[in-house]
Every structure is written in C-alpha cells, then in structure tokens.
Write a new protein. Structure first.
Length: 256
C-alpha cells in the first residue's frame, strides 16, 4: 500500500470517534495509451475555440453552464460552485449498518481505505464490521458531490464501495417469447456442461489480457523495424442451431 499514491483523505465519523483515513485506488485498467499523431508523426495539439466566432479562448476564462433550453444556458462561476459546497468536506458519516449484501450492480467503483494517523480507531471499526460481516452505509461529502458509499472489512483492510444512487440506476425489462423456455432436458444438459467448468476456487491471476499482450508484442516488433503483422484468424462458430444438439456436442468435446 505504501508504494501506491493516495488519491485523497477524509475523516470517518463513528459516533464521537473521528477516524482519519487515506484513500487508494483499488483497481485501474492496465491499458496502453495511444496518442493521436499527424501524417508527419507529430502529436496533435487541442485548442479551445468559441463555437460562434471561432476565436481561441483561454481555459482559465471559461465558465460552466447547464443547458435548460436549446442553446440557452444557466451559467455557473467559480464563486457559484464555492457557494454550493456544504459545510462538510472530506467527511464520511455512517448512516446505518446492514448485513454485507452489497449488490455488484450498485457499485460504481471501489477504493481501499488505510489509516492516516490513528491505527487504533481504524482497527476498531474494522473489527466491529468484520465481527458480523456488516457494511456501513455512509454519506461521503466532497466539494463537488455527496457520494453514497458502503464501507466493509476485507481481510485486514477496510474497503469503500462508491454506490449509485437509486435514481442513477437503469432498469432493463425483458419480454421473453413463450417458446424461449428451455426444456427440462436442455437444463439438465446445461447443468452437466456447467460442471465441466467448475473449480473449487477462483484464481483471477490465471487470466491475462491477451489483446494487451498482442499490442505489447506489436510495439516491440515495430521498434525493431519489423513490419507487416499477419492477423491470426480462428474459425468462427455462430453457436446457433438446435440447442440440444449444441449442448450435447459441447459436452462431448469437453470430455475429450
């Protein structure tokens, strides 16, 4: 954790107990950063212009606005945003304690929590949450938004899940055709096929981003002056057809 850069700090309010903490990114995509280049191989430079006059404008002179009608905006200045900020800043207040049944679709991102100045108060909250596998639903107040978060014990750490508000969630309603209901026989075959994939534990470290590996290999080859990289094409299988036949064929292949 010490080699990871903190992304912020806050105080968790646990009754009259204040727990100073630092926040760390729990995960971030491991991806290549591509730059846009001109035909001459130079990086492009993005400039900001007035959409009406075409004049260049300095970023420092810009305001923000909310479009309330077509091309009509309510303007907010820096002072307006300062006035919108509440009295609480970088404070996490515990609102309620619930069983740790946080649903994945409610989670926007996850952040590690580490003690800042007091190990003892941090470990107290950790032990209390871990005792019955509970989650603390909290409001996390920042300068630009009041976040809804859940704090849980994970190993020896506390982890904070930033949650979506109910109004931010999108529901998906599906209408299935009557003929789409699988037969008992197909379900039995499907369960047998699932058993072929079953393992006692999951080791996510065994999985690698193969596309990233191909990009890295391409970068190294291009640096070495190797041009022309033939793409490896596999045989495609649509997976469409008689469901029972496909399931039986899948089971037959997996048993080889």
């Amino acid at each position: 954790m010490s080699s990871t850069r903190s992304i912020g700090s806050a105080d968790i309010k646990f009754g009259f107990v204040s727990i100073p903490i630092k926040l760390y990114v729990a995960a971030s995509p491991d991806k290549f950063s591509f730059n846009f280049l001109t035909a001459k191989g130079n990086r492009i430079k993005q400039i900001t212009t007035d959409s009406e006059t075409g004049e260049m404008v300095e970023y420092s002179t810009l305001n923000k606005g909310v479009e309330v009608e077509k091309d009509k905006y309510v303007i907010f200045t820096k002072d307006d945003f300062e006035n919108l900020s509440g009295e609480k800043e970088n404070v996490i207040e515990i609102c309620e304690i619930i069983p740790n049944t946080i649903s994945p679709e409610d989670v926007e991102k996850s952040v590690y929590i580490a003690p800042d100045k007091s190990d003892k108060s941090y470990r107290l909250l950790h032990r209390c949450l871990a005792a019955d596998n509970n989650a603390a639903i909290c409001k996390y107040y920042t300068t630009s938004k009041d976040h809804l978060v859940a704090i849980c014990a994970a190993g020896e750490l506390l982890i904070m899940y930033q949650l979506y508000y109910k109004c931010e969630r999108r529901e998906l309603g599906l209408n299935f055709s009557p003929s789409s209901e699988p037969s008992d026989g197909d379900i039995e075959l499907g369960l047998q096929l699932l058993d072929q994939y079953r393992k006692p534990t999951c080791d996510l470290g065994a999985y690698k981003d193969e596309y990233a590996s191909r990009v890295q290999s391409a970068v190294e080859k291009k640096r070495a002056g190797i041009v022309g990289m033939p793409r490896e094409k596999g045989k495609k299988n649509s997976g469409l057809g008689d469901l029972s036949s496909l399931l039986k064929a899948s089971l037959k292949r997996s048993r080889k």
